[in-house]
Design a protein around this ligand. Structure first.
Ligand code: UD1
Length: 337
Protein backbone atom coordinates (compact mmCIF):
# COMPACT_ATOMS: atom_id res chain seq x y z
CA UNK A 1 0.00 0.00 0.00
CA UNK A 2 1.45 3.38 -1.00
CA UNK A 3 1.64 5.89 1.82
CA UNK A 4 0.76 9.47 0.95
CA UNK A 5 1.38 12.53 3.13
CA UNK A 6 -1.38 15.11 2.80
CA UNK A 7 -0.47 18.44 4.39
CA UNK A 8 -3.50 20.55 5.25
CA UNK A 9 -5.47 17.31 5.05
CA UNK A 10 -8.19 18.59 7.38
CA UNK A 11 -8.88 21.67 5.25
CA UNK A 12 -11.56 22.09 2.59
CA UNK A 13 -9.85 20.59 -0.46
CA UNK A 14 -7.47 18.48 1.63
CA UNK A 15 -10.22 16.58 3.46
CA UNK A 16 -12.04 15.75 0.22
CA UNK A 17 -8.77 14.54 -1.28
CA UNK A 18 -8.03 12.33 1.75
CA UNK A 19 -11.41 10.62 1.24
CA UNK A 20 -10.68 9.98 -2.45
CA UNK A 21 -7.16 8.69 -1.65
CA UNK A 22 -8.58 6.24 0.88
CA UNK A 23 -11.25 5.15 -1.61
CA UNK A 24 -8.43 4.42 -4.08
CA UNK A 25 -6.58 2.25 -1.56
CA UNK A 26 -3.81 4.64 -0.53
CA UNK A 27 -2.69 4.82 3.09
CA UNK A 28 -2.96 8.44 4.21
CA UNK A 29 -0.94 10.41 6.74
CA UNK A 30 -2.27 13.89 7.47
CA UNK A 31 -0.27 16.82 8.77
CA UNK A 32 -2.39 19.79 9.84
CA UNK A 33 -1.84 22.49 12.48
CA UNK A 34 -5.60 23.18 12.77
CA UNK A 35 -5.01 26.87 12.03
CA UNK A 36 -8.10 27.11 9.82
CA UNK A 37 -10.08 23.94 10.58
CA UNK A 38 -11.09 21.69 13.47
CA UNK A 39 -10.07 18.20 14.58
CA UNK A 40 -13.68 17.01 14.14
CA UNK A 41 -13.00 16.86 10.38
CA UNK A 42 -10.84 13.81 11.14
CA UNK A 43 -13.85 11.98 12.62
CA UNK A 44 -15.95 13.03 9.63
CA UNK A 45 -13.41 11.51 7.25
CA UNK A 46 -13.47 8.27 9.25
CA UNK A 47 -17.26 8.21 9.20
CA UNK A 48 -17.25 8.48 5.39
CA UNK A 49 -14.55 5.93 4.57
CA UNK A 50 -14.39 3.76 7.68
CA UNK A 51 -10.60 4.17 7.63
CA UNK A 52 -8.65 6.17 10.22
CA UNK A 53 -5.78 8.11 8.67
CA UNK A 54 -2.66 8.77 10.73
CA UNK A 55 -2.79 12.35 11.99
CA UNK A 56 0.07 14.57 13.11
CA UNK A 57 -0.56 18.06 14.49
CA UNK A 58 2.60 19.66 13.15
CA UNK A 59 3.30 23.24 12.14
CA UNK A 60 5.33 22.95 8.95
CA UNK A 61 7.07 26.25 9.73
CA UNK A 62 8.96 24.26 12.38
CA UNK A 63 11.77 22.81 10.28
CA UNK A 64 12.95 20.42 12.99
CA UNK A 65 9.45 19.01 13.42
CA UNK A 66 9.28 18.41 9.66
CA UNK A 67 12.58 16.51 9.75
CA UNK A 68 11.47 14.47 12.77
CA UNK A 69 8.23 13.57 10.98
CA UNK A 70 10.11 12.14 7.98
CA UNK A 71 12.47 10.25 10.33
CA UNK A 72 9.42 8.43 11.66
CA UNK A 73 7.39 7.83 8.49
CA UNK A 74 8.22 6.21 5.17
CA UNK A 75 6.33 8.25 2.60
CA UNK A 76 5.81 7.51 -1.12
CA UNK A 77 4.34 10.84 -2.18
CA UNK A 78 3.21 14.22 -0.87
CA UNK A 79 0.16 16.36 -1.67
CA UNK A 80 0.81 19.79 -0.21
CA UNK A 81 -2.32 21.82 0.60
CA UNK A 82 -1.25 23.50 3.84
CA UNK A 83 -1.17 27.24 3.20
CA UNK A 84 -2.83 30.55 4.01
CA UNK A 85 -5.36 31.49 1.33
CA UNK A 86 -7.13 34.77 2.17
CA UNK A 87 -6.25 37.30 -0.50
CA UNK A 88 -7.22 40.44 1.46
CA UNK A 89 -5.47 39.29 4.64
CA UNK A 90 -2.28 38.64 2.68
CA UNK A 91 -2.09 42.32 1.69
CA UNK A 92 -1.96 43.31 5.39
CA UNK A 93 0.34 40.46 6.47
CA UNK A 94 2.68 39.77 3.57
CA UNK A 95 5.51 38.37 5.70
CA UNK A 96 3.35 35.82 7.46
CA UNK A 97 2.00 34.74 4.07
CA UNK A 98 5.46 34.38 2.56
CA UNK A 99 6.78 32.69 5.69
CA UNK A 100 3.93 30.20 5.87
CA UNK A 101 3.38 29.48 2.18
CA UNK A 102 7.05 29.41 1.15
CA UNK A 103 9.04 28.17 4.16
CA UNK A 104 6.74 25.18 4.55
CA UNK A 105 7.21 24.28 0.89
CA UNK A 106 10.99 24.67 1.13
CA UNK A 107 11.25 22.56 4.30
CA UNK A 108 9.19 19.79 2.71
CA UNK A 109 11.21 19.85 -0.52
CA UNK A 110 14.49 19.75 1.42
CA UNK A 111 13.37 16.59 3.18
CA UNK A 112 12.05 15.05 -0.04
CA UNK A 113 15.20 15.65 -2.05
CA UNK A 114 17.49 14.33 0.71
CA UNK A 115 15.32 11.25 1.24
CA UNK A 116 14.68 10.66 -2.48
CA UNK A 117 10.91 10.85 -2.18
CA UNK A 118 10.13 12.02 -5.66
CA UNK A 119 6.35 12.46 -6.04
CA UNK A 120 4.96 15.87 -5.13
CA UNK A 121 1.70 17.66 -5.90
CA UNK A 122 1.33 21.38 -5.24
CA UNK A 123 -1.85 23.43 -4.77
CA UNK A 124 -1.55 26.33 -7.16
CA UNK A 125 -4.21 28.72 -8.36
CA UNK A 126 -5.63 30.27 -11.51
CA UNK A 127 -4.70 33.53 -9.81
CA UNK A 128 -1.25 33.12 -11.45
CA UNK A 129 -2.83 34.13 -14.80
CA UNK A 130 -4.30 37.44 -13.55
CA UNK A 131 -6.62 38.77 -16.26
CA UNK A 132 -5.66 36.42 -19.06
CA UNK A 133 -5.46 37.82 -22.59
CA UNK A 134 -7.49 34.99 -24.06
CA UNK A 135 -10.31 32.80 -22.77
CA UNK A 136 -10.70 29.97 -21.99
CA UNK A 137 -7.29 29.94 -20.29
CA UNK A 138 -4.79 27.35 -21.49
CA UNK A 139 -1.53 26.50 -19.72
CA UNK A 140 0.29 28.45 -22.49
CA UNK A 141 -1.13 31.69 -21.08
CA UNK A 142 1.66 33.72 -19.42
CA UNK A 143 1.87 34.23 -15.67
CA UNK A 144 0.96 37.87 -14.90
CA UNK A 145 1.95 40.17 -12.03
CA UNK A 146 -0.10 39.11 -8.99
CA UNK A 147 -2.63 41.30 -7.18
CA UNK A 148 -1.56 40.20 -3.69
CA UNK A 149 1.16 38.51 -1.61
CA UNK A 150 -1.09 35.43 -1.65
CA UNK A 151 -0.93 35.40 -5.45
CA UNK A 152 2.85 35.93 -5.41
CA UNK A 153 3.25 33.10 -2.88
CA UNK A 154 1.59 30.72 -5.38
CA UNK A 155 3.74 32.01 -8.27
CA UNK A 156 6.90 31.73 -6.18
CA UNK A 157 5.87 28.26 -5.00
CA UNK A 158 5.65 27.11 -8.62
CA UNK A 159 9.09 28.56 -9.40
CA UNK A 160 10.67 26.96 -6.32
CA UNK A 161 9.19 23.64 -7.39
CA UNK A 162 10.25 23.98 -11.03
CA UNK A 163 13.84 24.79 -10.05
CA UNK A 164 13.97 22.01 -7.44
CA UNK A 165 12.81 19.52 -10.06
CA UNK A 166 15.53 20.74 -12.44
CA UNK A 167 18.21 20.26 -9.80
CA UNK A 168 17.12 16.89 -8.39
CA UNK A 169 15.26 13.64 -9.01
CA UNK A 170 12.04 15.24 -7.77
CA UNK A 171 8.90 14.82 -9.90
CA UNK A 172 6.19 17.38 -9.26
CA UNK A 173 2.86 18.56 -10.61
CA UNK A 174 1.26 21.93 -9.84
CA UNK A 175 -2.51 21.97 -10.12
CA UNK A 176 -3.88 25.43 -10.87
CA UNK A 177 -7.29 25.40 -9.25
CA UNK A 178 -10.09 27.59 -10.53
CA UNK A 179 -12.91 28.21 -7.98
CA UNK A 180 -13.53 25.12 -5.80
CA UNK A 181 -17.02 24.95 -4.27
CA UNK A 182 -19.53 22.46 -2.88
CA UNK A 183 -19.37 19.69 -0.31
CA UNK A 184 -19.00 15.91 -0.17
CA UNK A 185 -22.27 14.08 -1.12
CA UNK A 186 -22.33 12.61 2.42
CA UNK A 187 -22.57 16.23 3.70
CA UNK A 188 -20.07 15.25 6.38
CA UNK A 189 -17.25 17.46 5.09
CA UNK A 190 -17.36 20.84 3.35
CA UNK A 191 -16.05 24.40 3.54
CA UNK A 192 -15.69 25.91 7.02
CA UNK A 193 -15.15 29.65 6.57
CA UNK A 194 -14.20 31.34 9.84
CA UNK A 195 -15.90 34.70 10.35
CA UNK A 196 -17.41 36.60 7.44
CA UNK A 197 -16.87 34.62 4.23
CA UNK A 198 -14.84 36.33 1.53
CA UNK A 199 -15.75 33.87 -1.21
CA UNK A 200 -18.99 33.93 -3.16
CA UNK A 201 -20.58 30.56 -2.41
CA UNK A 202 -20.26 30.54 1.40
CA UNK A 203 -21.53 34.13 1.41
CA UNK A 204 -24.54 33.05 -0.66
CA UNK A 205 -25.37 30.04 1.51
CA UNK A 206 -25.00 32.04 4.74
CA UNK A 207 -27.26 34.76 3.31
CA UNK A 208 -29.91 32.22 2.30
CA UNK A 209 -29.67 30.74 5.81
CA UNK A 210 -30.33 34.17 7.32
CA UNK A 211 -26.87 34.56 8.86
CA UNK A 212 -26.07 37.53 6.55
CA UNK A 213 -28.50 40.27 5.52
CA UNK A 214 -27.82 40.28 1.80
CA UNK A 215 -25.14 39.45 -0.71
CA UNK A 216 -23.19 42.31 -2.28
CA UNK A 217 -22.56 41.62 -5.95
CA UNK A 218 -19.23 43.25 -6.71
CA UNK A 219 -19.78 45.13 -9.96
CA UNK A 220 -22.26 44.84 -12.82
CA UNK A 221 -20.31 46.93 -15.33
CA UNK A 222 -17.82 44.29 -16.47
CA UNK A 223 -17.63 43.54 -20.20
CA UNK A 224 -19.33 40.15 -19.72
CA UNK A 225 -22.67 38.62 -20.75
CA UNK A 226 -24.62 40.32 -17.93
CA UNK A 227 -22.05 42.75 -16.56
CA UNK A 228 -21.02 40.63 -13.55
CA UNK A 229 -17.65 38.89 -13.27
CA UNK A 230 -17.21 35.40 -14.67
CA UNK A 231 -15.48 32.50 -12.90
CA UNK A 232 -15.03 28.76 -13.33
CA UNK A 233 -16.67 26.99 -10.37
CA UNK A 234 -15.55 23.39 -9.89
CA UNK A 235 -17.08 20.85 -7.52
CA UNK A 236 -14.54 20.08 -4.78
CA UNK A 237 -15.04 16.32 -5.29
CA UNK A 238 -14.06 16.65 -8.97
CA UNK A 239 -11.08 18.72 -7.88
CA UNK A 240 -10.09 16.12 -5.27
CA UNK A 241 -10.17 13.43 -7.96
CA UNK A 242 -7.78 15.47 -10.13
CA UNK A 243 -5.20 14.95 -7.37
CA UNK A 244 -5.68 11.19 -7.54
CA UNK A 245 -5.12 11.32 -11.32
CA UNK A 246 -2.03 13.49 -10.94
CA UNK A 247 -0.65 11.18 -8.27
CA UNK A 248 -1.24 8.12 -10.47
CA UNK A 249 0.60 9.87 -13.29
CA UNK A 250 3.63 10.37 -11.05
CA UNK A 251 3.44 6.90 -9.48
CA UNK A 252 3.27 5.24 -12.91
CA UNK A 253 6.01 7.52 -14.24
CA UNK A 254 3.75 8.76 -17.03
CA UNK A 255 4.80 12.38 -16.60
CA UNK A 256 6.44 13.93 -19.67
CA UNK A 257 8.85 16.10 -17.73
CA UNK A 258 9.72 16.17 -14.07
CA UNK A 259 7.83 19.41 -13.50
CA UNK A 260 4.36 19.84 -15.01
CA UNK A 261 1.37 22.09 -14.34
CA UNK A 262 -2.29 21.74 -15.25
CA UNK A 263 -5.44 23.83 -15.07
CA UNK A 264 -8.13 22.21 -12.97
CA UNK A 265 -11.52 23.76 -13.60
CA UNK A 266 -14.89 22.81 -15.00
CA UNK A 267 -14.20 24.56 -18.30
CA UNK A 268 -17.38 26.63 -17.99
CA UNK A 269 -17.54 30.31 -17.11
CA UNK A 270 -20.47 31.45 -14.93
CA UNK A 271 -21.32 35.03 -14.02
CA UNK A 272 -22.20 36.03 -10.46
CA UNK A 273 -25.84 36.54 -11.50
CA UNK A 274 -25.92 33.10 -13.15
CA UNK A 275 -24.59 31.56 -9.92
CA UNK A 276 -27.30 33.36 -7.92
CA UNK A 277 -30.02 32.06 -10.28
CA UNK A 278 -28.61 28.52 -10.16
CA UNK A 279 -28.44 28.69 -6.36
CA UNK A 280 -32.05 29.85 -6.10
CA UNK A 281 -33.06 26.90 -8.26
CA UNK A 282 -30.96 24.39 -6.35
CA UNK A 283 -32.10 25.57 -2.91
CA UNK A 284 -35.64 26.64 -3.76
CA UNK A 285 -34.94 29.87 -1.86
CA UNK A 286 -34.85 33.43 -3.21
CA UNK A 287 -31.59 35.23 -2.43
CA UNK A 288 -31.40 38.82 -1.21
CA UNK A 289 -28.68 40.70 -3.06
CA UNK A 290 -27.68 44.17 -4.17
CA UNK A 291 -25.25 45.42 -6.76
CA UNK A 292 -22.30 47.36 -5.35
CA UNK A 293 -19.00 48.61 -6.80
CA UNK A 294 -16.24 46.33 -8.04
CA UNK A 295 -13.94 44.63 -5.51
CA UNK A 296 -10.32 45.68 -5.79
CA UNK A 297 -8.12 43.04 -7.37
CA UNK A 298 -10.95 41.15 -9.09
CA UNK A 299 -10.47 40.14 -12.71
CA UNK A 300 -13.27 40.35 -15.28
CA UNK A 301 -13.33 36.72 -16.34
CA UNK A 302 -11.36 33.54 -15.73
CA UNK A 303 -12.28 30.04 -16.86
CA UNK A 304 -10.19 27.07 -17.79
CA UNK A 305 -9.41 25.27 -20.98
CA UNK A 306 -9.16 21.79 -19.47
CA UNK A 307 -8.00 19.98 -22.63
CA UNK A 308 -4.52 19.30 -21.25
CA UNK A 309 -5.74 17.95 -17.89
CA UNK A 310 -8.41 15.85 -19.63
CA UNK A 311 -5.84 14.27 -21.92
CA UNK A 312 -2.74 13.97 -19.79
CA UNK A 313 -4.32 13.28 -16.39
CA UNK A 314 -7.09 11.16 -17.93
CA UNK A 315 -9.44 13.16 -15.73
CA UNK A 316 -12.67 15.02 -16.34
CA UNK A 317 -15.36 16.57 -14.21
CA UNK A 318 -18.56 14.60 -13.63
CA UNK A 319 -20.47 17.04 -11.40
CA UNK A 320 -22.28 20.22 -12.46
CA UNK A 321 -22.60 23.70 -11.00
CA UNK A 322 -26.12 22.72 -9.89
CA UNK A 323 -24.75 19.63 -8.09
CA UNK A 324 -22.13 21.78 -6.37
CA UNK A 325 -24.61 24.45 -5.27
CA UNK A 326 -27.12 21.88 -4.03
CA UNK A 327 -24.41 20.22 -1.93
CA UNK A 328 -23.17 23.60 -0.62
CA UNK A 329 -26.73 24.41 0.50
CA UNK A 330 -27.19 21.03 2.20
CA UNK A 331 -23.85 21.58 3.94
CA UNK A 332 -24.98 25.00 5.16
CA UNK A 333 -28.21 23.52 6.55
CA UNK A 334 -26.23 20.74 8.26
CA UNK A 335 -24.01 23.35 9.99
CA UNK A 336 -27.04 24.88 11.67
CA UNK A 337 -28.03 21.54 13.16
C1 UD1 B 1 -10.48 34.28 -4.82
C2 UD1 B 1 -9.12 34.83 -5.00
C3 UD1 B 1 -8.24 33.78 -5.64
C4 UD1 B 1 -8.18 32.58 -4.73
C5 UD1 B 1 -9.58 32.09 -4.45
C6 UD1 B 1 -9.49 31.07 -3.33
C7 UD1 B 1 -9.43 37.25 -5.21
C8 UD1 B 1 -9.30 38.43 -6.10
N1 UD1 B 1 -9.14 36.06 -5.75
O1 UD1 B 1 -11.02 33.98 -6.10
O2 UD1 B 1 -6.95 34.29 -5.83
O3 UD1 B 1 -7.41 31.58 -5.34
O4 UD1 B 1 -10.44 33.13 -4.00
O5 UD1 B 1 -10.74 30.57 -3.04
O6 UD1 B 1 -9.78 37.38 -4.07
N2 UD1 B 1 -18.27 38.02 -5.30
C9 UD1 B 1 -19.35 38.85 -5.06
N3 UD1 B 1 -19.75 39.04 -3.76
C10 UD1 B 1 -19.14 38.42 -2.71
C11 UD1 B 1 -18.04 37.56 -2.95
C12 UD1 B 1 -17.63 37.38 -4.26
O7 UD1 B 1 -19.93 39.43 -5.99
O8 UD1 B 1 -19.55 38.65 -1.55
C13 UD1 B 1 -17.83 37.79 -6.68
C14 UD1 B 1 -16.40 38.21 -6.93
O9 UD1 B 1 -16.33 39.55 -7.32
C15 UD1 B 1 -16.01 37.24 -8.06
C16 UD1 B 1 -16.83 35.99 -7.77
O10 UD1 B 1 -17.89 36.41 -6.92
O11 UD1 B 1 -16.40 37.75 -9.30
C17 UD1 B 1 -16.04 34.90 -7.07
O12 UD1 B 1 -15.40 35.46 -5.94
P1 UD1 B 1 -14.61 34.57 -4.88
O13 UD1 B 1 -15.44 33.42 -4.46
O14 UD1 B 1 -14.09 35.49 -3.81
O15 UD1 B 1 -13.41 33.95 -5.71
P2 UD1 B 1 -12.30 34.69 -6.61
O16 UD1 B 1 -12.21 36.13 -6.29
O17 UD1 B 1 -12.54 34.32 -8.01
Amino acid sequence: MKKILVTGGLGFIGSHTVVELQNEGYEVVIIDNLSNTTISVLDSIVSITGITPTFANIDLRNQKAVGDFFDNHTIDGVIHFAAFKAVGESVGSPLSYYQNNLNTLIYLLQELTVRKIDNFIFSSSCTVYGQADSLPITEKEPVKPAESPYGYSKQAGEIILRDSCKASELNAISLRYFNPIGAHPSIKIGELPLGVPQNLIPYITQTAAGLRGELSVFGDDYPTKDGTAVRDYIHVVDLAKAHISALARLMHKENKSNYEFFNVGSGTGSSVLEVIKAFEKASGKPLRYKIVGRREGDVTAAYADTTLANKELKWKTTLSLDDALASAWKWQLAQEK
